[in-house]
Design a protein around this ligand. Structure first.
Ligand SMILES: O=C(O)CCC(=O)C(=O)O
Length: 241
């Protein structure tokens, strides 16, 4: 568990850059157990798909291998940050595993595309934010693989002409051309590191060496104003009007 001064310093980095690396977030044993289990999930044919940029994804890991992957949710290495950012409103939105089996060069993307398009006309709606905590299971490095951010991209909305009203990119090619031309920050997470970042910062993963093994698991969190446990006279019944 990090001490308060380290958490405060890392949160300042998050505010400034939009991302922060938490080195050694997982023990070597946890890292290896996640790596092996993710490969087993692939061997079992549990992947949802392999997209054209080389990303294979798994949305079933919490349900099928909870003993391995549930500990990543609110893991002690990230909990102090989620507590500090969201208090009791932190809600896991999704847990997704990735394997990059061959060549991999992701498109520039935001995970939370709708961040900039919220609540223009709803004065009592709270703003949603998303946080990614991505755990890496192999070493990235120059000539191997990397994660790249648009410098300061968490503060600047994508140009209006490149997005639909809801925030989705109008054209992947135009989005890529725009963000290729911006200033970048490259991160080389090592096995066991976690990168914690705002889900609306433009980012992309890529491999320089197509032959290396590379995988990760991302937990997406969001804030939930009416979180479980909030004092209220009525019981939550999950019915939308
Ligand atoms: O490192 C990567 O491959 C990209 C990770 C990513 O896109 C994410 O965690 O949302």
């Amino acid at each position: 568990m990090e001490n308060d001064a380290v958490v405060a310093a890392n949160l300042a980095v998050l505010e400034e850059k939009g991302w922060v690396v938490l080195p050694g977030a997982l023990s070597p044993e946890e890292t290896e157990s996640c790596r092996v289990a993710l490969n087993q999930a692939r061997a079992n044919g549990w992947e949802e798909g392999l997209n054209r940029v080389g990303n294979m994804w798994f949305d079933c890991l919490l349900a099928k291998m909870p003993e391995v992957f549930a500990p990543l949710v609110m893991h002690p290495s990230v909990k102090p940050y989620l507590d500090a950012l969201y208090g009791p409103q932190a809600l896991l939105r999704s847990l997704r595993g990735h394997i990059n089996p061959g060549p991999y060069d992701q498109e520039w993307h935001l995970d939370f595309y709708g961040y900039w398009q919220q609540n223009d006309k709803a004065p009592y709606a709270s703003r949603a934010t998303g946080i990614n905590t991505t755990f890496y299971f192999q070493d990235n490095g120059p000539g191997i693989a990397k994660l790249t951010y648009v410098k300061g991209g968490h503060r600047i909305p994508p140009p209006e002409e490149l997005t639909h009203r809801g925030g989705w990119a109008v054209s992947e090619a135009a989005f890529n051309a725009h963000y290729d031309a911006q200033e970048h920050e490259i991160v080389y997470p090592k096995a066991g590191d976690c990168v914690l970042f705002f889900s609306h910062i433009p980012h992309k993963g890529s491999k320089d060496d197509a032959t290396v093994e590379r995988s990760n698991v991302v937990c997406h969190y969001q804030n939930m104003p009416f979180y479980e446990g909030i004092p209220h006279v009525s019981r939550f019944q999950a019915v939308r009007p």
